[in-house]
Design a protein around this ligand. Structure first.
Ligand SMILES: Nc1ncnc2c1ncn2[C@@H]1O[C@H](COP(=O)(O)OP(=O)(O)OP(=O)(O)O)[C@@H](O)[C@H]1O
Length: 362
């Protein structure tokens, strides 16, 4: 296996006795983008600051290309870590031109200085703005310059903290994709912090899901989305429909028929969770629903409470006959049944997640 560019083991940071970063370990290869994803306050920015060297961990090891930058008494100062930073308040130097901003981190006498600046301006599509000042640029253009500036000294690692949150939605998608292209072309190892699942899914080769200072799950976006480690991990990515049941003889009886839950002791309460797009809707036939099938189990009846068109999909909310609770279904494109319409819901057994019930983590 190739040596990781960035490797972290057992990182701990405490503030006033409270552990804000708990035993965080990760590794990122050159050219790989990893996203630290988690709710506000879970310790993402603190982790980034420890790697950047603007804060010191209480425990743990940080290595870059196998060389310790934090280990035992070793503390390599921030400017010698080979790490580029791009934060939300990236502020370009207002009195410098675009070109001068990009060249800021490069030695004046470096022989390839001009070529490097030109190369990066080209790469981020800003060559024709080289002589302008930041106030003459749009937010997106400023962002491109900030990226070029951060990449100019060829950092081995790039740390990005919510770098796109100042941009409006449409622009953000474009800038994200462009940024990704540039970072891949440069072969930098990237650790990006975000609290937005869509941003992580769009950018990351690997998502590191963080909660209460810990990485609770790491994996490719597909894996994290489709094999969440627990209910909060599943709920972080979309609305969830949750049905509670109690296991008896490896089965849980529900209004949608029995669910197989092998290996779970009798009497255990389980949460069966299903994402809204995996609910299947069928019509009411004189008070009867569709026949049960092995893949979808039994149908349960609900009454449409409201339906809304969301653009690429419709969101339909049902009040279920069995317990009066609301379940949410996403249907591709347009499906807008009138409130009060009785319909039947089923869901695919292989698309739902079953977890032992736990009182919600605060
Ligand atoms: N210097 C500090 N002194 C005391 N507590 C701190 C300090 N820095 C951060 N914290 C606390 O550590 C916790 C984690 O903060 P951190 O900024 O890392 O979270 P985050 O996941 O990046 O959140 P956000 O997305 O809101 O920036 C918070 O509860 C914060 O109040």
């Amino acid at each position: 296996m190739m040596q990781p560019r960035l490797e972290i083991q057992g990182l701990v940071r405490r503030f006033g006795g409270r552990e804000v970063v708990s035993d965080v370990s990760l590794s990122i290869a050159a050219g790989q983008v990893s996203c630290l994803l988690g709710p506000s306050g879970c310790g993402k920015s603190t982790t980034l600051r420890l790697i950047a060297g603007v804060d010191m961990p209480d425990e743990g090891v940080i290595r870059v290309d196998g060389q310790p930058i934090v280990e035992g008494t070793t503390r390599v100062p921030p400017e010698r870590r080979g790490i580029g930073l791009m934060f939300q308040d990236f502020a370009l130097f207002p009195h410098l031109t675009v070109e001068q901003n990009v060249g800021f981190g490069l030695a004046k006498a470096a022989p390839d200085r001009r070529a490097r600046i030109a190369e990066l301006l080209e790469r981020v599509g800003m060559s024709r703005h080289a002589a302008k000042h930041p106030h003459e640029l749009s937010g997106g253009e400023q962002q491109r310059v900030a990226l070029a500036r951060a990449l100019a000294p060829r950092p081995r690692i790039m740390l990005m903290d919510e770098p796109f949150s100042g941009l409006d939605d449409r622009l953000r998608d474009d800038i994200r994709d462009e940024t990704l292209e540039v970072l891949k072309a440069e072969g930098t190892a990237v650790l990006l912090v975000t609290h937005e699942p869509t941003e992580a899914m769009r950018m990351a080769d690997e998502i590191l899901l963080m909660r209460d200072g810990r990485i609770v799950q790491a994996g490719a976006p597909y894996t994290i989305y489709n094999n969440p480690v627990d209910l909060p991990a599943a709920a972080f990515f979309s609305d969830l429909n949750v049905i509670r049941g109690r296991v008896q003889g490896a089965l849980t009886e529900t209004p949608f028929g029995p669910f197989l839950v092998p290996g779970v002791p009798d009497g255990t309460e389980v949460d069966i969770a299903i994402r809204p797009q995996h609910l299947k809707i069928d019509f009411d036939r004189a008070g009867k629903g569709p026949l049960s099938t092995p893949t979808h189990g039994e149908a349960a009846r609900g009454v449409v409470e409201r339906a809304r068109f969301m653009g690429s999909e419709s969101l339909v909310e049902f009040r279920m006959d069995f317990d009066g609770r609301v379940l949410k279904a996403h249907v591709p494109w347009v499906f807008l049944p009138k409130p009060g319409t009785p319909l039947w819901l089923m869901f695919r057994r292989d698309r739902c997640f079953v977890f032992p019930h736990q009182p919600r983590v605060a």
